[in-house]
Design a protein around this ligand. Structure first.
Ligand SMILES: NC(=O)N[C@@H](CC(=O)O)C(=O)O
Ligand SMILES: [Zn+2]
Ligand SMILES: [Zn+2]
Length: 343
């Protein structure tokens, strides 16, 4: 196969950041993807519908001419999120749901939730109004090893949460473990997961063997190969519960290549080719379209796109660095070859 035409994909987990950087991040995604769920972990976080509307306008202002990219805004859940905000979110066509960050779990999560169980009335309202809950699923207590944080979060918080609110629409974001795959598979059709390119293409050897590789460092951290293989199986399984979400998360080169480097892989410049690379490795390119352009839209209740994109099999090298309004950034897969590119 030398050409592959698929329905225009959506990115169900994306960090665009704010300010001048939007001039780079918005076109990078909008040139390929029709919609994206825009994460709210700005400083300060996007906690209200009003803030989300203002952020959406700043994003739309950077959309290339003639481009119809639609940002779908996630609100940042805090310990103080009110039922009124849940109701306002349910009524707003531009807000897709709430994002739960356990406090301290990841980049800009200080304002996150400290007591998940204490928000039960909010989750009840979300279940009733069918407002999706998007979850960064990691515990943050010092006694739990970083490689176990996802599994412990599922056991301590997610399973009980779904028992209390069986109708809650829940997306476990950027899953990294066989435990997460099993959890999602054990639940009803109201529970799904996104999978990033780095968790499909890499394992923790790619982070740590032969020298530490800061551009492969993201959270949840890459896990051992057995977990990677289970994610790979789930992604090509044809199950509608597993779909694309790049978690493209740009940080300046100077903040990645330093003594205490930030977590996040800037995958947007090569996002769709990265997934194509994975599906080709699995001999399953015919499964790319549902994963990238179908199952996410179906889950969230949006129509699949009416437009198409074409990938061509012409190997290319991801740039070593891209220059942005806030300085150089090293994209994920920098300097390495990919077989497919967007026409
Ligand atoms: N994934 C990451 O490693 N980083 C994300 C935050 C997140 O999605 O957890 C970021 O905003 O930089
Ligand atoms: Zn996260
Ligand atoms: Zn993220």
């Amino acid at each position: 196969m030398t050409e592959l035409t698929i329905t225009t994909p959506d990115d169900w987990h994306l960090h665009l950041r704010d300010g001048e950087l939007l001039a780079n991040t918005v076109p990078a995604t909008a040139e390929v993807f029709g919609r994206a769920v825009v994460m709210p972990n700005l400083v300060p976080p996007v906690t209200s519908v009003e803030q989300a509307e203002a952020y959406r306008q700043r994003i739309l202002a950077q959309r290339p001419p003639e481009n119809n990219f639609q940002p779908l805004m996630a609100l940042y859940l805090t310990q103080n999120t009110s039922l009124e905000t849940v109701r306002a979110a349910a009524q707003n066509p531009h807000v897709i749901g709430f994002k739960l960050y356990p406090s301290g779990a990841t980049t800009n999560s200080d304002a996150g939730v400290t007591d998940v169980d204490g928000l039960d009335n909010v989750f009840a309202a979300m279940a009733e109004l069918q407002v999706p809950l998007l979850v960064h699923g990691e515990v943050t207590t010092a006694d739990i090893d970083i490689f176990d944080r996802e599994k412990v979060f599922i056991d301590r918080h997610l399973r009980p949460l779904m028992q209390r609110h069986p109708n809650l629409k829940l997306v476990l974001e950027h899953i990294t473990t066989a435990d997460a795959v099993a959890f999602v598979e054990s639940q009803g059709s109201n529970v799904a997961a996104t999978i990033t390119p780095q968790h499909l293409l890499m394992n923790r050897n790619d982070l740590l063997v032969g020298g530490v590789r800061p551009h492969n460092y993201c959270l949840p951290i890459l896990k051992r190969r057995d977990h990677q293989l289970e994610l790979r199986r789930a992604a090509v399984s044809g199950s509608p519960k597993f779909f694309i979400g790049t978690d493209s998360a740009p940080h300046a080169q100077s903040k990645k290549e330093t003594a205490c480097g930030c977590a996040g892989c800037y995958s947007a410049p090569a996002a769709l080719p990265l997934y194509a690379e994975f599906f080709e490795q699995m001999n399953a390119l015919e499964k790319l379209e549902d994963f990238a352009s179908g199952f996410g839209a179906d889950f969230y209740g949006y129509p699949r796109a009416a437009t198409k994109v074409t990938l061509v099999r012409e190997p290319w090298r991801v740039p070593e660095v891209v220059s942005t309004a806030v300085g150089p950034m090293v994209p994920y897969w920098a300097g390495n070859l990919l077989n497919w590119q967007v026409k």
